[in-house]
Design a protein around this ligand. Sequence first.
Ligand SMILES: Nc1ncnc2c1ncn2[C@@H]1O[C@H](COP(=O)(O)OP(=O)(O)OP(=O)(O)O)[C@@H](O)[C@H]1O
Ligand SMILES: [Mg+2]
Length: 256
Amino acid sequence: MNQKANIIAVAGKGGTGKTVIASLLLKFLTEKGLGRVLAIDADPATCLPSTLGVDVEKTIGDVREEMASPSQVFFSEHMPTDMLIEYKIEEIMINTPRFSVLAMGRSEGPGCYCLINDMLRHFIDKLSARFPTILIDCEAGLEHLSRRTTRDVDTMLVVSDPTKRGIDTASNIKNLAEKLQINFRHIYLVLNKVTEDKRVKGVLNEMVKNSGVELIGTVPEDENIRTFDLIGKPITELPEDSKAVVAVREIFERVS
Ligand SMILES: Nc1ncnc2c1ncn2[C@@H]1O[C@H](COP(=O)(O)OP(=O)(O)OP(=O)(O)O)[C@@H](O)[C@H]1O
Ligand SMILES: [Mg+2]
């Protein structure tokens, strides 16, 4: 792979705050002015664009459907399939002044993701030459590892909520990556939605110690996030002094 881009991925159990944290990371990355960032929403549910305040009309899943439809045959005769796919991916990519967004979306029927993921992987490779930074909001769980969507990641942030299952998922991600011989340059745990409860903190500390994943920081429960999500306001517009913004900024500075 063309390793020009710095690839940061955010993974973890469902509902732990991956999309919120990815959105804040994007905000800090663009503010740092290191050039255009490509944000990839690899979650079939496509939530990242809305938390970034952009509208995505079509996903890579839609491109796959279009490619499979008979009306495309005529067009494809005049254009090699890979060129056509590339053209279509460029077409669905949303470009704002400081970042671009690509959504993987979902595809119809079972077992169809392999092709989409192959396409995405191929174009991440190609795109990495154009973007200094690529940020991936992964789908929940471990599937992205076995599909190798997150193969060449520099920094893997595994988000957990304060639950044993969340922390276990983080351990499982690290262990499965090792088993599949996927090398993350760095893999860190982020504990999100942490409250001030001392007893909970004690239990968490013990679990984190046993998880085998290095803790890079904790993010407090932030009522502003709930409010923003309630009304659908972009997470990137949270006030600078919002608790989670301050905490994720510290994490960002530690990993960059
Ligand atoms: N630090 C926080 N404080 C308060 N609420 C939070 C915090 N982080 C996330 N949330 C809330 O938790 C919920 C899940 O967050 P988010 O969508 O980012 O998780 P996710 O891991 O991306 O979920 P999914 O697995 O469905 O993609 C949202 O309702 C969000 O408002
Ligand atoms: Mg999400």
